[in-house]
Design a protein around this ligand. Structure first.
Ligand code: MG
Length: 454
């Protein structure tokens, strides 16, 4: 088996279907994973990609061949699979999704028994086993079986709505009118049930989960033009967009204005801290609006490397009240330690209900910053981390934060360069009180950085 044209990391394997990501690759990873975490029950869920069924069967074959039972939850959001995995009887979970990547991609994301992504050490063990192609196969009598758990989605919704901070009846009385765009991803199998329980009137765009995404699936403002238009034309209270595996959430105000993913976590953080004072954990690229909100409630903010597992592990370690990533990834540790758009939606609706606000009003009450996200694409095979290090060396006489990549922090602004973990790109982010200032920061560092490219 060849491991080429793949993005391999401790959290799994990702590639373009038919050009790198083959059923053979998926099966090898499933076998290795099954040997490390099995025997026992392994939850398998997938998003709506057209390659999902094909990869699923390869994963099933790999797991059952090494003696694991597969708990099939079918088409499901990533947080649903994570919550199903952490149930006592299960040993682990595999999610078949390339998250926000374009439709031709797919990936395996590997979970430990606690429902968290693999720690670096756990991921390394699986990877080493794949590289050695060292598998212990089960005999005919020990081959795993496929069992189904069709209630996974319903259980996820019910556990969310049972949270102490959520008053389902109150939200129902507000009778929200919502336009929702799941981009033909896994949101299509959970959002209708969620909104029904919350008594919302919903207009869906791109609901059918067929995986042929009609637009770029990342819930960034530029990709939500149709949603913004429809919110206005339907006179809705808000618009909601989730990425194809429903772990990232973006909202649009009743005026048809996308608030930007950073403000998803800002709204939820403000809501949670107003009820529960506790520590906040976010990654090194998350907006400084979080620092302003936390200081209003007198609680500390902890920053980690970018990547859900880093945020989740720190949140568990310190017992955070709320955590997440600025890209619309809400982690509410009291429910589970994974990014979850469903809990994010419930909390934003609860906030608007409790405070009797429109989404624009809630947004305007938060400190305002503008973040610019740009990127530099690199060919496969170039060591992006090495390039960032080289650039850090070049500016080594300046003060910088090296929690992740390279970040220059100023009084009310910052700019950061970091190598992506999932794509061959370098991300540039800058944030300042105005767009102009943020643009200038980003352009200056980009112009300077490209000079060191080979
Ligand atoms: Mg995702």
């Amino acid at each position: 088996m060849e491991l080429k044209n793949l993005m391999i990391s401790i959290s799994g394997v990702r590639g373009i279907v038919g050009d790198g990501l083959t059923p053979e690759v998926a099966m090898h990873f499933a076998q290795a994973y099954g040997n490390e975490f099995g025997p026992g029950r392994i939850v398998v869920g997938r998003d709506s990609r057209t390659s999902g069924e094909m990869i699923k069967h390869a994963v099933w074959a790999g797991l059952t061949a090494v003696g694991c039972d597969v708990v099939d939850i079918g088409l499901a959001p990533t947080p649903t699979t994570a919550m199903a995995t952490q149930r006592d009887e299960n040993q682990g979970g595999i999610i078949i999704t390339a998250s926000h990547n374009p439709k031709e991609w797919n990936a395996l994301k590997l979970l430990a028994a606690d429902g968290l992504f693999l720690s670096p050490e756990q991921g390394e063990r699986v990877l080493e086993r794949v590289k050695r192609q060292d598998y212990r196969f089960a005999s005919w009598a020990q081959i795993g079986k496929i069992v189904s758990y069709p209630a996974a989605i319903e259980d996820h919704i019910n556990d969310t709505l049972k949270l102490e901070l959520i008053d389902c009846e109150k939200i129902r009385k507000r009778k929200f009118k919502i336009v929702a765009d799941p981009c033909n991803g896994a949101g299509g199998v959970i959002l209708p049930q969620l909104f029904e329980k919350l008594g919302c009137e919903v207009i869906f765009l791109n609901l059918e989960p067929h995986g042929r995404f009609p637009r770029s699936p990342e819930p960034l403002p530029n990709n939500l033009v149709e949603l913004c238009t429809e919110v206005k034309s339907h006179h809705a209270d808000l618009g909601i967009a989730v990425d194809p595996d429903v772990d990232r959430l973006a909202v649009v105000s009743e005026r048809g204005v996308p608030l930007g993913e950073e403000y998803t976590l800002a709204l939820v953080t403000d809501f949670v801290l107003s009820h529960t004072k506790g520590d906040v954990v976010v990654n090194a690229s998350t907006s400084r609006v979080i620092d302003d909100i936390a200081s209003k409630y007198g609680v500390p903010v902890h920053r980690t490397k970018v990547g859900e597992i880093h945020v989740a592990m720190r949140a568990r370690e310190i017992g955070a009240a709320i955590a997440g990533e600025g890209n619309g990834g809400i982690i509410y540790p009291a429910l589970h330690l994974g990014r979850d758009a469903i809990v994010g939606i419930a909390m934003i609706l609860q906030l608007l209900t409790e405070r009797r606000l429109t989404l624009s009003q809630a947004f305007e009450m938060l400190p305002q910053y503008v973040m610019i996200k740009d990127k530099i694409s690199l060919p496969f095979g170039i060591d992006a981390k090495q390039l960032v290090q080289q650039y850090a060396d070049k500016r080594s006489n300046e003060v910088m934060d090296l929690t992740d990549g390279l970040k220059f922090v100023y009084e009310r602004s910052w700019v950061q360069l970091r190598a992506s973990n999932t794509e061959p790109i370098i991300r540039i982010m800058a944030e300042a009180p105005t767009e102009q200032e943020a643009m200038e920061l980003a352009e200056k560092v980009k112009g300077d950085f490209v000079k060191i490219l080979p």
